[in-house]
Design a protein around this ligand. Sequence first.
Ligand code: HEM
Length: 130
Amino acid sequence: MNPTDLVFQSYGRCCRKDQFFVDFYDFFMASSDAIRARFQDTDMAAQRHLLRNGVMQIILVARGMSDRKLRDLGESHNRHNYNIQPEWYSFWEDALLKTVRVHDPEFTPELRDAWRQVLKPGIDLIRGAY
Ligand code: HEM
């Protein structure tokens, strides 16, 4: 199976429980006080749903779909809007992989590499719009 199919299926297993997104934000916000502060006034239940969709968009773009929605995320996260520091994206990626490891019973080191490979173009695009 190619990396995008492996990741698509892994994400399907992760999304079965909303706890995946609860844990993701716990890990992500634990990575720095500055990141936690950014979500102080956020409706986290809504944010978890938005993120579910955002990760799916990254996977679909890796499978060849239009990147229009990711370009919109690049715009909302850039210096003129949320002003998300480029170095924070590695915390985001690490938190996501940690959460996948916890939630996907079929997790392996190979699957982790597939996730990193599949996430890279989408993260580069959003971060690159800074
Ligand atoms: C909002 C996805 C990285 C902070 C959002 C939204 C999505 C999203 C789908 C809601 C739509 C929008 O407002 O445009 C992603 C993805 C990321 C990423 C896919 C990684 C590639 C980050 C990072 C931070 C961050 C690194 C750092 C703190 C925020 C904030 C909001 C937001 C503060 C607005 C929350 C609010 O409405 O109160 N993100 N994000 N994001 N994201 Fe991200």
